[in-house]
Design a protein around this ligand. Structure first.
Ligand code: PMP
Length: 436
């Protein structure tokens, strides 16, 4: 019979053992291979993006070219494009890489004004302002839109730039369950009564913040339901379309177009140029805004602005070709093909049809370096998602599909991922039998 002291010592011992196992998981992969001494387990420093539709990259450790399944280059505009690249080079010569000036101090070029007009027109809003960095767009605009006495209701899986922007605003923050309109309504009901006029509420302003496509889940926002709830409770909606603008919708105009939501019902439209447009920066579109980071930061690099202008022209067919429409059809076809093939193989794939983001669940964090390393050995580069970007035991690899991936490339990559999936043991469902 154990004395009380023995009992506590054993409990302590068991705890140490569990902790020890967890620590080992942090330092070795599921095959017991050390992680710290194995830089080959991760995407390495990239030496060069190739111009064959940006699908390969060079790694400096062993200079190997890999098929790139990790980039946000959704429409294949990055690296080199027959319409965009010559115009970007021309703008570089005309304006230089930097304006070296803030927007209010001579940093507004004709490219900046043209870009802002085109973005407003593209997202179907009266006005837009652009920033040199996507992250800073969220972080800088939220404190302008809302402050002390206001209430932000934020999706639990919103991007870190939104979280930091919300915190910086000084507003009260409440979080609702990831992409769950019912829970959003519950949170709203705890704060105000349905139909209460904006002037008679305990909050100066209420903003609900959601994303168009969630970057770690690949799921589309349940925007129609969320819009209906926000109308009912007279709350403003702020929509981050970093991953959806340019990537989904018949003419690339994002989730509103795809899901049939009138953009007039979304008060603030935010997006980045770092994905579908192959450039950098972000925008805020809606009514006319003014923001210190827009006025006093050095303005967006002119060649970056030119790249976005040219990409929008291609998407809308203003380059005189149908390449934009073809790219949009291709990314949809590629994404739906890749997702359904992965599912047939027995992988657990998150996200919705039409979404170019497809996370494959690994769960066990020790499988992250093993999966990544085995894919890299076979020259396929994938992005791994681990804590704190997702919960500790919900590790995943995240595939991003591009319109520039060819069917042949995708079939080869699927073979590699299938072999690695068997090796690492992450096919959680039975594979679908091959059709005769
Ligand atoms: N919002 C979301 C939803 C994002 O996923 C990201 C980054 N991928 C950002 C904002 C920040 O954008 P950027 O990388 O262009 O700074």
């Amino acid at each position: 019979c154990l004395g009380l002291e023995d009992f506590y010592i054993r409990r302590l011992y068991l705890r140490i053992q569990v902790l020890h196992e967890k620590l080992i998981l942090l330092f070795t992969d599921c095959f017991g291979r050390p992680i710290a001494s194995a830089p080959d387990a991760w995407f390495d420093v990239v030496e060069r993006y190739s111009n064959d539709n940006n699908k390969t990259l060079k790694r400096t450790t062993n200079i190997s070219r890999c098929f790139n399944l990790g980039s946000y280059n959704y429409l294949g505009f990055a690296a080199s494009d027959e319409y965009c690249t010559p115009r970007v080079i021309k703008s570089l010569k005309r304006f230089s890489p930097s304006t070296c000036s803030a927007r209010v101090d001579g940093g507004t070029t004709t490219l900046h004004t043209e870009l802002e007009e085109r973005v407003a027109n593209f997202v179907r809003k009266p006005s837009a302002i652009v920033f040199g960095m996507g992250y800073a767009t969220n972080a800088a605009i939220l404190p302008v839109l809302i402050g002390k006495g206001g209430l932000i209701i934020s999706d639990s899986l919103n991007h870190n730039s939104i979280v930091n922007g919300a915190r910086g605003s000084g507003a009260t923050i409440r979080v609702f369950q990831y992409n769950t309109p019912l829970h959003l309504e519950k949170v709203l009901r705890e704060q105000i009564a349905e139909g209460q006029p904006r002037t008679h509420r305990p909050w100066k302003k209420i903003i609900v913040i959601v994303e168009g496509i969630y970057s770690m889940e690949g799921e589309l926002c349940k925007l129609p339901e969320i819009v209906a709830i926000c109308k009912k409770y007279k709350a403003y909606i702020y929509l981050d379309e970093a991953h959806s603008i340019g990537a989904v919708g018949k003419s690339g105009r994002g989730v509103c177009e795809l899901l049939g939501v009138d953009t007039a019902d979304v008060d603030v439209m935010m997006g980045t140029f770092t994905k579908s447009f192959g450039s950098c920066g972000g925008y805020i579109a809606g009514s006319k805004y003014s923001c210190p980071a827009h006025l006093y930061a050095t303005s967006m690099s002119p060649p970056a602005a030119q790249q976005i202008i040219s990409a929008i022209k291609v998407i809308l067919g203003e380059d005189g070709t149908s390449r934009g429409a073809e790219k949009l059809a291709q990314i949809r076809e590629n994404s739906n093909f890749f997702r359904s093939e992965l599912q047939k193989m027995g992988f657990e794939v998150l996200g919705d049809n039409d979404s170019p983001i497809m996370p494959i669940m690994l769960y066990n964090p020790a499988k992250i370096p093993a999966f990544s390393r085995e894919c890299l050995v076979q020259k396929v580069a994938v992005v791994m998602v681990a804590f704190p970007a997702c919960p500790l035991l919900l590790a995943r690899t995240r595939i991003c599909i591009s319109a520039s991936h060819t069917k042949e490339d995708l079939v080869k990559a699927l073979e590699v991922i299938s072999q690695v999936g068997d090796l690492v043991g992450v096919k959680y469902f039975p594979a679908e039998p091959e059709k005769q």
